[in-house]
Write a protein that binds this ligand. Structure first.
Ligand SMILES: [Zn+2]
Length: 389
């Protein structure tokens, strides 16, 4: 099936934006308490079903990027740039709800996979053999802006460790996000060192906490999704290109779309169960496509011609290093897998090029065109036969 659900949405033309030059404003004060991860803890609590992913109107580029990250998490995190109230958090929750629930070691704070003992945490490694398992939903963890480093990476209680000779580690948000999604609203307002740290952990899949010669390491594999409002704060260029994909979201400006968004939101809030039931079929189709794409991905080769075109595109745009090509290739392959294609074609490349490359462009003083438009121009020059992104 097409990745956007409707033929009209197949070629979401991202609005031209004037680059990603964001400015940094004031910091926020300490934030509210950390909400629990969906599905983690909160035993007995009655939760409303999440807004169905298939019922989201518009925001095609964001939805496509999230689906691609779900098919192949190795594309790296997703940075969502744009207005507030455009359904970013809703989309992530909706997507996570479509992923198959995971088997996890019952008493493991990191929800280790019982089927993959090799990647186990110290807790599980110390208790090999048969373990009780539980089935848990894919976690979505919110990282609030005021969170301390201890709260994020986990706290190592030195005094307890030294006086009582026991390892006293209180796992943090990164532990809860293992095997799921970590969402940071307004990542551009987060302390730089915390963003650096998160990107390091996201890239390595391991969280290491060290205090005074003591250290704890545990698995922390998650898809990092950050959002930022370009009008509110800057993201350092050296951080930008560490996100796999960067997408733009905007408040819809056409009347029918706005009415549709409001009508659906209202219908959901009045009757969540009924609204979800009405979209269950469409959600099921996406769930099936996701599962099929994940199964198909390892066997999907990228033809030389596609790889060459990816390299030409990056050369023409002057992206730094080879990360652009690698991300572009993986993203195109995940899209092809999702769409059930036999091969990774130039059209896949063309459609994902803006998301994979717009945040990797060097500023060209002679070319004030926005980065999205620059990518589109390069695609038109180098892949003239492919549909425009
Ligand atoms: Zn474990």
């Amino acid at each position: 099936m097409p990745i956007n659900g409707s033929p009209r949405a197949l070629d979401p033309a991202p609005p031209s934006a004037a680059g990603i030059g964001l400015r940094k404003p004031r910091r926020r004060p300490e934030a509210a308490p950390v909400p629990p991860a969906r599905g983690a803890g909160a035993a007995g609590a009655i939760e409303a079903p999440v807004f169905p992913f298939s019922a989201i109107v518009g925001q095609d580029e964001m939805r496509r990027a999230l689906l691609i990250a779900a098919v192949d998490p190795s594309v790296g995190g997703v940075l969502v740039l744009g207005d507030r109230g455009t359904g970013k958090s809703t989309a992530i929750r909706g997507l996570a709800a479509l992923l198959p629930p995971m088997a996890a070691v019952a008493d493991c704070p990191y929800a280790c996979d019982p089927g993959a003992p090799a990647g186990a945490c110290p807790h599980c490694a110390a208790r090999p053999g048969s373990r009780a398992t539980r089935i848990v939903p894919v976690p979505v963890v919110d990282l609030p802006l005021g969170a301390t480093e201890d709260r994020v990476v986990g706290a190592l209680d030195l005094e307890r460790a030294l006086t009582r000779g026991e390892k006293a580690f209180e796992p943090g948000l990164l532990a809860r996000a293992n095997r799921g999604f970590l969402y940071i609203d307004e990542v551009n307002l987060l302390d730089d060192h915390l963003v650096d740290l998160l990107l390091d952990v996201a890239a390595s899949g391991v969280n290491t906490v060290e205090r005074e010669g003591l250290s704890v390491r545990h698995p922390a594999r998650f898809v990092l999704v950050g959002s930022g409002n370009p009008e509110e704060g800057e993201l350092r260029p050296q951080l930008l290109d560490r996100f796999g994909l960067a997408v733009e979201v905007t408040t819809p400006t056409d009347l029918p779309t706005r009415i549709d968004v409001v009508r659906r939101r209202d219908a959901y809030e009045r009757d969540p169960a009924g609204f979800c039931a009405a979209h269950a079929r469409a959600d099921r189709a996406i769930r099936k496509a996701l599962a099929a794409a994940r199964a198909r991905l390892p066997g999907l080769a990228v033809p030389d011609a596609t790889l060459e075109a990816a390299a030409r595109l990056c050369l023409a745009l002057g992206t730094d290093g080879l990360r652009g090509e690698l991300t572009l290739m993986r993203t195109a392959r995940a899209l092809a897998a999702y769409e059930g294609a036999e091969t990774v074609g130039l059209d896949h490349l063309a459609r994902v090029a803006p998301s994979a490359l717009r945040h990797r462009l060097r500023r060209n003083p002679l070319d004030e065109t926005g980065s999205t438009a620059r990518v589109a121009r390069a695609v038109a020059e180098i892949l003239p036969e492919a549909p425009s992104p």
